[in-house]
Write a protein that binds this ligand. Structure first.
Ligand code: ZN
Length: 202
């Protein structure tokens, strides 16, 4: 199982980090050991003093494919979840400055809390609104229509380089509002009014 993540897929988040708008999707990966499921607590790792939450819509690939044509891309996912792309922002800034890969800052153990998947069909025609509350206050909100690259475009792009396999996931990027978490925080994530995740930072 592969976990793809997309960087810089919402304009308002690109602005808040003063990044450039990408001319193609920014793709990186996390290993399966990054997953944190069933609302288990997240323990702040000792190698970072600036862990940021990035709330993201996650799609699950439901059939195998490579070099997928745009017209068929929508057939490759049927379910959606919320995930958090925890990022050691202090480490990432150092790595970025040196032009080094981001794995240490992005792909560490349990850096990807993930909710259960739910069917996408009921949401398909509208904008899928999602949000993250930290200690009861909304800190991030967005909807999938604000993405620079759509789910389908991401599938087309990624599948030019990687065979997509059933069970692979794509974390599709974060809207603005990323920020630090500290011990004692409680994070709750919603798709529309449905609570998808609720866990503590320890
Ligand atoms: Zn992210």
């Amino acid at each position: 199982m592969k976990i793809f993540c997309i960087g810089r897929n919402y304009s308002d988040h690109i602005r808040e980090l003063s990044n450039e708008k990408p001319s193609a999707p920014v793709v990186f990966m996390k290993p399966p050991s990054a997953l944190l499921v069933q609302n288990k607590p997240f323990y702040i790792p000792d190698f970072s003093s600036e862990i940021h939450h990035e709330l993201e819509l996650v799609i699950k690939i439901c059939k195998n494919g490579k070099r997928i044509e745009p017209a068929f891309a929508s057939r490759y996912f049927k379910e959606i979840a919320l995930g958090i792309d925890f990022t050691a922002r202090d480490l990432q800034s150092e790595l970025k400055k040196k032009g080094l890969p981001w794995e240490l800052a992005k792909a560490f153990d349990k850096s990807a809390p993930l909710s259960d998947f739910i069917p996408l069909a009921p949401f398909k025609d509208g904008a899928i609104h999602f949000r993250l509350d930290k200690n009861g206050q909304t800190v991030q909100s967005g909807n999938h229509r604000e993405m620079i690259y759509s789910f389908e475009e991401l599938i087309v792009f990624i599948s030019q380089y990687f065979t997509l396999q059933m069970g692979d996931m794509i974390f599709t990027g974060t809207p603005a509002g990323v920020g630090p978490v500290k011990i004692g925080d409680c994070l709750e994530a919603y798709i529309e009014d449905r609570k998808m995740m609720d866990f503590d930072i320890k």
